[in-house]
Write a new protein. Structure first.
Length: 416
């Protein structure tokens, strides 16, 4: 500290203290004490008056003096008009005066209800690469968010908004909506088989959720309703993984052998969203059929309830799959042969998994009533597989897609 600043500082402190003790003049005028403090700080003459003219309050000027700002700092702070709100954002060129109404009071205000006017227009091609909300006005200079999917036909299904609403209404909690206290001990071979099935389907649900989760960020914001529905699907699959795992560990059993991963590996390695959906179309169709008829495997009311709840969730996903494929083929008919190739690759993997002993034998045992049975389990499993293949082809038929050559491993279930 120089001799001059050491001499001036006590005087400045006294001036600041005096200002704090004296009331601020009601007229908003600058007092002699304030001018003396500014002079002690070597502020430019007239700076206080200009700041007052610009609109700064006397309270703000006293605070600046009390902060011991240098003349450069004070000039930079006070020698211009203070920030004033422009309210330019109120002039955004978006549709205004919209009133969304409830189509169904029981359902409340749904996603479909707010798809009104320009806000309900989902373009065939979304061109904005930022995270702009559909219908809002863009701000220049926003960054590319890394989206890679911009074609509506690739991801869209007409009922995604409704499917989302049903998904959030049909949610259930494995911890409280299943009667865990009702479980009773089962024969050892039956419990082993149940736990192997639960291990397999817990892993499969978790794996599908992670695969879909990797693709969700690739889909542009313009298809927000589809993204919201897919988020509910991922949540459903996580809940299924939880519920199956809990059943495996809740009745004296445990987890079994790891499930085969051929089909989900194919989905994970998909290069495009349409290839991914082809793998999952086959898997989701087979799963939906399985859970609808899994009551034949159930050993108690809890398992029967569990399969029914999962089937209900799976139906929404399959409805999306069917509608999406139909829309995709209508918009891009030249991709049909490509879909045939994807279907073939998926069918090869599914047939291989169905032949895996850890997949086949527990079902044979449960469908046949235990380890000591006369082949009834094999026949029942063959009937279940036949039903799965038939319904898979029926789902394809709904969208006008005919398999030109069903893989032999699946066709074998139809031969009789």
């Amino acid at each position: 500290m120089t001799a001059k600043s050491a001499w001036a500082q006590p005087s400045l402190n006294l001036l600041i203290s005096a200002m704090a003790e004296d009331p601020v003049p009601s007229s908003g005028l600058i007092t002699d004490g304030m001018r003396a403090a500014a002079k002690a700080l070597n502020w430019e003459v007239g700076l206080l008056d200009r700041a007052l003219d610009y609109g700064y309050s006397v309270h703000t000027l006293i605070s600046a003096l009390g902060a011991n700002l240098t003349t450069e700092q004070a000039t930079g702070f006070l020698d211009h008009e203070p920030f004033k709100p422009s309210l330019a954002w109120m002039d955004a060129p978006t549709e205004w005066g919209v009133r969304a109404t409830q189509a169904d009071p029981v359902m409340g205000l749904t996603l479909g209800d707010i798809m009104v006017g320009s806000y309900g227009e989902v373009p065939d091609l979304w061109t904005d690469r930022t995270e702009i909300a559909r219908g809002s006005s863009p701000t220049p200079g926003q960054e590319d968010m890394g989206y890679t999917i911009f074609e509506k036909a690739v991801v869209w299904a007409p009922s995604v908004a409704d499917l989302y609403e049903w998904a959030i209404r049909d949610r259930w909690a494995p911890a409280t909506d299943l009667g865990w206290g009702s479980l009773e001990a089962l024969p050892g071979d039956v419990e082993h088989a149940i736990c192997q099935v639960m291990t397999e389907y817990s892993e499969r649900a978790y794996a599908e959720a992670t695969v879909l989760g990797r693709w969700l960020p690739q889909i542009s914001y313009g298809f927000i309703e589809m993204k919201l529905f897919m988020g509910s699907v991922i949540y459903d699959l996580g809940r299924h993984a939880e519920a199956f795992r809990k059943r495996a560990l809740a009745n004296g059993g445990g987890l079994g052998l790891q499930a085969p991963t051929d089909l989900i590996r194919g989905a994970r390695e998909a290069r495009t969203f349409s290839e991914l959906m082809t793998y999952l179309f086959l898997q989701d169709s087979a799963f939906y059929t399985f859970f609808r008829f899994a009551g034949e495997l159930a050993q108690n009311q809890l398992e029967s309830d569990l399969y029914a709840l999962v089937a209900n969730d799976r139906k929404r996903l399959l409805d999306y799959q069917v509608e999406r494929l139909e829309s995709y083929l209508e918009a891009m008919p030249d991709r049909r042969e490509e879909q045939q190739r994807y279907m073939h690759k998926a069918e090869v993997r599914l047939a291989r998994e169905w032949d895996d002993p850890a997949v086949r034998e527990p079902l044979v045992l449960l469908l046949g009533g235990g380890r000591n049975q006369d082949g009834g389990g094999e026949k029942a499993l063959h009937a279940l597989r036949r039903r799965q293949v038939e319904e898979y082809l029926a789902h394809l038929d709904r969208v006008g897609f005919i398999r030109n050559r069903l893989h032999s491993g699946l066709a074998a279930y139809l031969e009789d």
